[in-house]
Design a protein around this ligand. Structure first.
Ligand code: ZN
Length: 101
């Protein structure tokens, strides 16, 4: 069983969580100036990473809060979890570059 460390509740079973897609995607500040293609890329285009991926998860059966996860998509190992708006804390995160798109 995979255990996920909710930043508020601590370690819990994977069944208590739901995957929320790729993390670190920043909403454009001036969406009225975007082309349809740029807006479509923001809304729909996501990376398909083999390796360390920045994701959003929600503790749906617990506190209900969203948080960030760094997960290896090959081994399923979770490298780190942290609150939305906070900085990742672990050494392994220092070389991680969030998605710029
Ligand atoms: Zn929680």
């Amino acid at each position: 069983m995979l255990l996920i460390n909710c930043p508020w509740c601590g370690l819990r079973a994977e069944i208590e969580f739901t995957y929320g897609g790729e993390g670190g995607i920043i909403r454009p500040t001036s969406s009225e100036n975007l082309t349809d293609q740029e807006w479509g890329e923001y809304l729909f285009m996501r990376r398909n990473v083999k390796g360390i991926n920045h994701e959003q998860w929600r503790h749906i059966s617990g506190c209900g809060k969203w948080f960030n996860v760094l997960r290896d998509t090959v081994t399923y190992q979770i490298k780190s979890t942290w609150k939305i708006g906070a900085e990742p804390l672990e050494q392994s995160n220092r070389n991680f570059e969030p998605n710029e798109n």
